[in-house]
Design a protein. Structure first.
Lengths: 124, 278
């Protein structure tokens, strides 16, 4: 191999640069899932926690379309408890803190939903 | 060479025949389908033609909410107009933007000549020169704004109310160009800085930059069985009466029967649902 030394040095530098996120965050908590502040006034939600975690955005979109477009404002009844289909008037009743609940995961996964551009977040 | 030419002519002839046959066959099929489509369209237009008198919108509505505004009451009590506007704007978190060209309005007071410009009159009576009357979205039965909206962000609900789905609005402002009454406002900037946190209605969202907004006939209140905020602000003066125009027994229909009323620019064929006793 001609210029083997230079090529190998170059490759090593390249690999180091590409893997910066891996070794730079070693030993820090940057990769662990965020700790959420769970509501104290309720034990259950409209869906099990696992499903809510995975599907809350679809659920909110369905609710939005039903309420805004078809005018179907009937509540969701789970285990005898009625939940109105509303982010502002239902979800935030239990999850009283946007900063300690919504934002935690959204910041972690770097998503910026536009809900709060219009809907009014609880005062914190 | 001869043989090749002979073969070529044969193939060409057969292909031509096949081609002609196929096109006529296809033509007949397509023609049949088209005449069927034409027949249904004709039937639809005939039906639509009959319905245009009362319900010219693209979605037939069970109810048709309307409003009757008694302008005389607003002349008697000069503070009423301001109270009505304030009640609506507080209910819906409408920002108070001081720059005239950026302002957001759902209901506002204006002079007769601005509300009814199609009735030119050199010798307007003094009361109509001096006093103002409230105007708002007409919730037309044949709404041009709904027809032009490319995302169906504005649409008619089951009560015949023309409402906005702010989630879908892309801010193209076609609806503003289409509305002949200037009932729509555009958010040129984020409205939040122009809202007072203390008076903000926490049960109703604000809007964001780049969406169009207008009166929604208090859909969020009427769903709960309440009267619209402006009607409530009038108290029992009956300055504004709200009700279902499709119900012949409703108060608004009775009032319409008893009084001479006008609509804003009815010649445009938009069939406004807001009526005025001038």
């Amino acid at each position: 191999m001609y210029n083997g030394g230079k090529i190998i040095t170059g490759l090593v530098i390249f690999v180091l640069l590409v893997t910066i996120p891996v070794w730079y965050n070693r030993g820090t908590t940057a990769r662990s899932a965020p700790e959420l502040v769970m509501p104290t006034n309720a034990k259950s939600c409209v869906l099990p926690a696992e499903e809510m975690r995975a599907k809350h955005m679809q659920l909110l979109n369905v609710w939005r379309d039903e309420v805004v477009r078809t005018g179907d404002t009937t509540s969701i009844v789970v285990e005898g408890k009625a939940y109105p289909k509303s982010l502002q008037l239902n979800c935030m009743e239990c999850h009283t803190s946007k900063v300690n609940f919504c934002d935690k995961c959204h910041d972690y996964s770097s998503v910026t939903p536009y809900c709060w551009d219009c809907h009014i977040a609880p005062v914190e | 060479m001869d043989k090749k030419r002979r073969n070529f002519l044969k193939i060409a002839g057969i292909s031509t025949l096949a081609g002609l046959g196929a096109t006529t066959g296809l033509g007949r099929l397509v023609g049949g389908a088209q005449s069927a489509v034409a027949a249904t369209e004709e039937a639809a237009t005939a039906e639509h033609g009959n319905a245009i008198e009362q319900n010219a919108g693209d979605t037939p509505c069970v109810n048709r909410y309307g409003m009757l505004i008694d302008v005389r009451k607003f002349r008697e009590d000069l503070s009423l107009g301001e109270r009505v506007v304030r009640a609506c704007h507080l209910e819906h978190n409408v920002p108070n933007i001081p720059v005239k060209k950026d302002e957001i309005k759902w209901i506002w007071m204006t002079h007769y000549e601005n509300a009814f410009p199609e009735q030119p009159h050199l010798y307007l009576d003094q009361t109509n020169v001096e006093f103002q009357l409230p105007i708002l979205c007409n919730h037309c039965d044949n709404p041009p704004c709904v027809r032009v909206c490319p995302t169906k962000a504005t649409f008619r609900d089951a009560n015949g109310v023309v409402i906005m789905d702010f989630h879908r609005c892309i801010g193209c402002r076609f609806c503003m160009a289409a509305c002949p009454y200037g009932s729509r406002s555009f958010n040129w900037s984020d409205p939040r800085p122009f809202l007072d946190d203390a008076t903000m209605n926490k049960d109703f969202p604000t809007r964001t930059r780049g969406v169009v907004e207008k009166c929604n006939f208090c859909t969020e209140r009427t769903r709960l069985g309440l009267q619209p905020a402006c009607v409530e602000a009038c108290g029992d003066t009956k300055a504004i009466v709200f009700g279902n125009l499709n119900d012949p027994d409703s108060e608004i229909r009775q009032m319409l029967k008893q009084h001479h009323t006008v609509q804003r620019n009815p010649s445009l064929g938009t069939f406004p649902s807001v009526f005025y006793i001038v």
